[in-house]
Design a protein around this ligand. Sequence first.
Ligand SMILES: [Zn+2]
Length: 210
Amino acid sequence: MRQIRSGLVTSATFGPERVGCTWLSSSTCILQELAIMSPEEINLEEIAFCHGAKVKYRELDGCEAYLLADTGLGRAIISIDDRAHTRRRRFSLAHEIGHWERHRGQLLMCSKEDIGGSGGRARKGLSREKSANQFAAELLMPEFILKPILRDFRKFNMRAVCEIAKTFTVSKTAMAYRLVELDHEPFILAAYSKSGYHWHIASKSIDRKW
Ligand SMILES: [Zn+2]
């Protein structure tokens, strides 16, 4: 993550007041304000527009996505690299909406490594990136929509994860990560490549010695 032209903006906060919604996470609050109740209704461009941000898809150099914000006007432009896969572009957009909601007053450029919920990619010390990734996961795979759908699956294997991921238009890794995070069942998710082990996460219900 690189912070750019930070002198242009202030730390003032704008956007809709969420009276009566303070006990919910900010992403859940956004979805419920817009009466979104199913995965198909999670239209990120519309959500961004409702919160003062326009979305542009174009070829970007040196980053995957960035947020150019004018907090004085309560307006922002989110740019997404159009060469990325659809599901990847979607996660990047949700990530940038997260920055707009949580980190106003900062202009951010996000690299490929910054965007993504996987433990191995969430580098230490980058709390804003972790926060934006968490926001994105909650916006794209909200617990109140996801949990009822999970009840339709008696067995959880990668085929089931792929099917659920397709329903929410996210990658299977993002969905698998979310299922572990929600501790729906005691899961362990591990990432390997040809070079070997990269990272793993375990559901809270699994003994921490893992
Ligand atoms: Zn970011």
